[in-house]
Design a binder for this molecule. Structure first.
Ligand code: 2P0
Length: 310
């Protein structure tokens, strides 16, 4: 039987998505802007089988999110039972956007394997229905995701502004609260939630302008502000969503100290404790050295910006 393979890279949001305006269609409440990473990769193979099964990083496993996604696809397309084999070359479910690259790779493989004839926009929409951040991993470089269509668009290729991302791994453990659940808790309980959603519109517009102008300082300000506002919403949710660990804070301070030394770098943090430091390529060594000397940092990963799913 035929086998189809696809690869996709995770992306890191600079203007964050946190909250849904429609849970059943998985429509974000906030527009977002991201960068797709080159050196972190998910490789997924699909093969027609007698029954559905999933092998993730070498282990047969059940994943309700993937199963629900297949069930949803089968309401519209002829998708046979499948064996799905998927591997990440980076920690899974630890705030490194494995669901973004995972669903982007899966829909890209399914599109070919099942002759779905989805164009890029439709592929991005289906990826979004699996996991909204996955819509952005369909494209490489700098990517936006906004309404009313809620498919992703490429803003700029990686080659046009080749920044580097240094990821400080603080913990390889899986996150305690999934993003989907965390977003629901935030919407229902944080008194900052409505202000967060309202402010994301300006952040989004300003980030598009900063990327268009390749204005590092402007992008740094917007990205750190969006990150800190999102974590403000998380921290003021009940039960509180505190994804940071002590080394997370120490890394944020290390990045601020680097900026005092005229190193062009800013941080961003997702639904996990890892700190992603985005810098100009010529400053990579200084950023790696500074983050690796922070107590509690297990290791760093360095990556450039990469391509969309293929
Ligand atoms: C983002 N995150 O924009 C934000 C920042 C986490 C923090 O997108 O519920 O796994 O599957 O649509 O895409 C993580 O959320 O959530 C995420 P679902 P997803 O990258």
């Amino acid at each position: 039987m035929s086998v189809t393979s696809a690869r996709a890279h995770p992306n890191i949001a600079l203007v964050k998505y946190w909250g849904k305006s429609d849970e059943s269609a998985n429509i974000p409440a906030t527009p977002s802007v991201s960068i797709t990473l080159s050196d972190l990769v998910t490789e997924t193979t699909v093969e027609t089988a007698e029954r559905d099964s999933l092998v993730m990083n070498g282990e047969e496993t059940a994943d309700t999110k993937i199963q629900s996604f297949l069930d949803l696809m089968r309401t519209q397309f002829d998708v046979p039972p499948l064996t799905i084999v998927t591997d990440n070359n980076f920690p899974t479910g630890a705030g490194l956007a494995s669901s973004a690259s995972g669903f982007a790779a899966l829909i890209t493989a399914l599109n070919v394997h099942c002759d779905l004839s989805l164009d890029r926009n439709q592929t991005s929409i289906w990826a979004r229905r699996g996991s909204a951040s996955a819509a952005r991993s369909i494209y490489g470089g700098y990517v936006s995701l906004s309404g009313p269509e809620w498919y992703a668009r490429q803003i700029l290729t990686a080659e046009h502004w080749p920044l580097t991302v240094v990821i400080a791994i603080v913990s390889e453990g899986k996150k305690a609260v999934s993003s989907t659940r965390g977003m629901r808790i935030s919407r229902e309980t944080s008194s900052f939630y409505n202000a967060w959603v309202a402010s994301s519109v300006d952040d989004y517009r300003n980030a598009l302008e900063a990327i268009d102008a390749r204005d590092f300082d402007a992008l740094a300000r917007i990205a750190e502000s969006s990150c800190l506002k999102m974590h403000g919403v998380m921290l003021t949710s009940y039960p509180t969503l505190q994804y940071w660990l002590e080394p997370t804070l120490a890394c944020m301070n290390a990045v601020r100290n680097l900026r005092e030394e005229d190193i062009d770098v800013f941080f961003t943090i997702d639904a996990g404790p890892q700190v992603k430091a985005v810098c100009r390529s010529e400053h990579t060594r200084a950023v790696v050295r500074a983050l690796e000397s922070v107590p509690g940092v297990v290791r760093t990963l360095t990556t450039g910006l990469g391509q969309g799913a293929e």
